[in-house]
Each structure stands twice: as C-alpha cells, then as structure tokens.
Design a protein around this ligand. Structure first.
Ligand code: ZN
Ligand code: ZN
Length: 328
C-alpha cells in the first residue's frame, strides 16, 4: 500500500450561539459574527470539493483545550486566547475527529453457495456434525439371532488392451499412440492491473486536517494455457469379474472358474487380477429387522445357525457395531 499526502485543509465548525455555519477551524478561533469561542469537539470535515487549503501550514501539535472556558488553543500558545488562563495544570488535548472512508466494494463471491441459503454454511456444518456425533455415540443393545450365512469369492479378469485417455501432454505415459493436442486452461495467474485508491481525511487536532490518498495494487486473473493430449495407451484393464458364492457353512468353498484366458503379454492377452473373499453372517433382531456382519472364514464357519447374540446398534440408523457382538 502506498500513501500520498494531498495537502492540508481547514476543519470546519458551526457557531452554536448565532448559527453561522462552516467557520474555519484554524482561522476562526472565535465566531467572526458574535465572538463565541470555537468548540474543538464540534469540528468536522468539509464536504468533498469544499475544502479550504492552508498555505505553508506549520503544525505545532494537537490543540489544548482551556480548562476554564473550553476554548481550543494552539499547542504553541502558553495562555488561553479567550480567558488568559495558563496552559499548565488541567489543560487537556483536543479529541480527534475520525474519518470513516467509504467501505471498498465487496469482492465478488468466488464460488456459488447454493444450499447454504437457509442456515448458512456454518449452520449446515454444525447440524451435520451433531447428526454424525449422535449417530456415532447414541447406541442401544439389541438381541440378535443368526438366520443364515453367505459367502462369495471373486477374481477380476484383466485384459491387455488399447485404452483412450487424456492428460496434460507433459504427464502423458510413454508408449502413447494416436496423440492429438489441443490448448486448454490449466491454471490462473494474478496479473497487476493498476491500483485502487481511497482518500482519507486525517484530523491533525489543531483545526486543520490532512487529505491522504491510500492506494493498493489491484490484480486480475489471467488464464494459463497448456497442451492437453488425447491418446491411446496399452494397459491391463479389468474387463469382468468371475464370482462364486453360496449360503451354507457346509458348502465346498471354491474359487470361481475363470474360463480359458488368452495367455501372453501382447495386445489381447488376459490374466487373473485381484482376488477377494467375503464371509457374511445374517442376523435378525427382536423387531425382525435384518443385520449382517462379515468375518474371517474360520470364525464365520464356527457361528452356529440359530445362535443368539447381543450387540450395540446405533439408535438413529440402527447400524450394527459388529465388533461389539457377544454370545448370549
Ligand atoms: Zn457566532
Ligand atoms: Zn480559557
């Protein structure tokens, strides 16, 4: 921020005795009409364009106010110009008038805030937090009966094939083919764009004020373009998932048949990818509502059909805490 002094001008005051307006703070220590002494606390800044400049102004300091007659006196004076009382003793400094410059225009909102209108975003966050806390901590114990079992094993089948992708050209993988480029906005930068200036009045406290211009640099956002590449690249991709499952602990647990895969490493080759297995126990609570929990296979197969258990369940969403299960 830069500041520039635009000159010194006279504060104004209105005579409370004869109602003469716009008397000069420096030149009119007494009302030229009726002789009434100036009241330093009633000084004000003139309206824009009505400032009266002070040539070769020497600033002695903030006025002191006579404790005998309240007349403001120059810091250079040792005796009150109105009643002759000496400065020493109970003389106090004149209070300064505060200038409130007009507030700068509000910055344009960066993102639309739909959905926050009713409560405000803070309110929504708070409600969300409370709901999450209640859902997590407000639990009650439920009685459960095992109604069944289920299991599933799956194997992903991957194929080495050409895939269409796009990315910034400097991040394109090696071996990409059929490349086409186009320019797109990748980022933004702040570019200096002149400055915003406001003028402020600063009361000097001696019947005059300084006009000060404060300027802040202004910026605008400019897009940075870069090359976006569309291309084809050969890679392993999951094309299907083979599954095998059942609903009994006495089932023979087997991995699914993946069929015949085309071996090799070139285009069109196939292979087995990730393998997953899930073993689930199904429960019914006293209200008849269904729940389920998953276990390692050895534990799962030992949980008997019809056996009875207790567990904690969330009151809000009746979500079962599987770690809290204990046999009845
Ligand atoms: Zn007057
Ligand atoms: Zn006095």
């Amino acid at each position: 921020m830069t500041t520039q002094d635009k000159g010194t001008f006279q504060m104004l005051w209105d005579c409370p005795s004869c109602d003469t307006p716009k008397l000069l703070g420096l030149d009119h220590r007494y009302c030229p009409n009726c002789g009434f002494p100036q009241d330093a606390t009633k000084r004000y800044f003139p309206a824009e364009g009505q400032e009266i400049a002070v040539a070769d102004h020497i600033f002695h300091g903030v006025d002191w106010q006579c404790s005998g007659c309240d007349t403001p006196n120059s810091a250079a004076a040792e005796f009150c110009g109105s009643c002759g009382a000496p400065r020493e003793g109970s003389a106090k400094e004149v209070g300064l008038v505060d200038d409130n410059p007009p507030a700068p225009p509000p910055a344009p909102p960066k993102k639309s805030k739909k959905g926050c209108l009713l409560l405000g975003c803070g309110g929504l966050l708070l409600v969300g937090l409370i709901v999450a806390l209640v859902a997590f901590f407000w639990k009650s114990e439920v009685a459960l009966t095992v109604t069944g079992h289920s299991w599933e094993r799956s194997i992903e089948i991957e194929k080495y094939q050409a895939v269409s992708e796009s990315d910034w050209c400097d991040a394109m993988p090696a071996g990409a083919t059929k490349v086409s480029r186009r320019s797109e906005v990748r980022d933004h930068k702040q570019v200096a764009d002149g400055e915003t200036c406001t003028t402020k009045n600063v009361d000097k406290g001696d019947g005059s004020f300084d006009k000060v211009e404060e300027c802040k640099p202004k910026y605008r956002e400019e897009p940075i373009y870069d090359d976006k590449c569309s291309y084809e690249v050969n890679k392993w991709q999951t094309i299907r998932t083979a599954k095998q499952g059942g609903s009994s602990v006495s089932d023979t647990l087997a991995w699914p048949d993946v069929g015949s895969l085309r071996a090799g490493s070139g285009l069109g080759a196939e292979r087995q990818g990730a393998k997953r297995e899930t073993y689930t126990v199904l429960y019914k609570d006293a209200d008849g509502a269904a729940h389920d929990c998953s276990f390692p296979q050895a534990q799962w197969s030992g949980i008997a059909q019809g056996s009875r258990w207790t567990a904690e369940a969330g009151v809000l969403f009746s979500n079962l805490d599987c770690d809290s299960l204990s046999a009845m």
